[in-house]
Design a protein around this ligand. Sequence first.
Ligand code: TXA
Ligand code: MG
Length: 332
Amino acid sequence: MGGKIGTDVELAAGLLRSGKPVGLPTETVYGLAANGLDPNAISQIFEIKNRPFFDPLILHVASIQQAMEFTHSWSEEAKQLAAAFWPGPLTLVLPKNNLVPDLVTSGNPTVAVRIPNHSIALELLQQLDFPLAAPSANPFGYVSPTTAMHVFDQLGDKVPYILDGGPCMRGLESTIVACLPNQQPKILRLGSISVHEISMVIGEIDESLTQNSNPSAPGQLDQHYSPYCKLEALENLTFAQTQLPTTAKKAILLFSKTKIQNQLVDIDNFTPKIDKFYLSENGDTNQAAQQLFSMLRQFDALKYTHVWFEWAPETGLGRAINDRLRRAAAKR
Ligand code: TXA
Ligand code: MG
């Protein structure tokens, strides 16, 4: 792989200073990072990902103080959330000032910011005198990467360097909360911090998980996070599908070993056999979240053509997992 993947933070910092993009490990998913104040560098991110310009980026910063350099009008709730979850998988949408290029925010008067909880990402951010704009490092619409190799597989020829921080501990993107003046705080995207955890800090919180073609959080597009194989909910599995031609390679993705929620299908009696996988053998939603994207990628790598999945229970991170599954399975 020609030294393209490595742990050289100085090298990554040098590339970023010269306006180049770099693969960035975080605790959630790998990002494709560039100087968040340099429109030229930022435009390369959109080009490499084939990402539409209406989809704004998250600014990654090293400290609350640095976040405050680019934002204003922090509400009490915003302060409480930052204090409780940063560094960590929480993204705050706040009013921006004019240091932030329009390209980062798609012209919005607000900007999304977070401090990632990953030692290499933090070390890098501390060396830089600018924030890093970084979307997930996948081609637009595909499954998010949770290892350096995932980034290399798809974007290796377009990115000069990928910092390797090991497999992502969380595996699912940050939870996005908008804290805007004269509005109640709102969850815009479910993610690695559950709604329950957030409500423990600021009380009951509204959700605005829009699902149309001009969303305020395009991670909320109906179809997103999709592998190439045909992905369908298990309840849609029909007998006819078990009889697909022998060229079809089929798998079932169960949430856990302990509980098969959908009793309609007696999976073990299928002939020919359908391979079985588990998001978390003992039914832990954190582990399932950590596994989800790498499993979806593995189905493509192993050339499965049809995969049926079981929904997660709606507890813990189960809702966020189901959100990703639903979008991953949505028709293109
Ligand atoms: O965990 C994460 O958040 C990862 C890591 C790399 O930090 N990043 C990530 O970025 O998931 P991305 O670009 O794949 O998703 C960011 C989401 C997008 O859906 C975008 O629309 C939303 O954040 N977003 C960014 N700025 C926004 C804003 N000003 N208002 C509303 N939504 C915003
Ligand atoms: Mg993404």
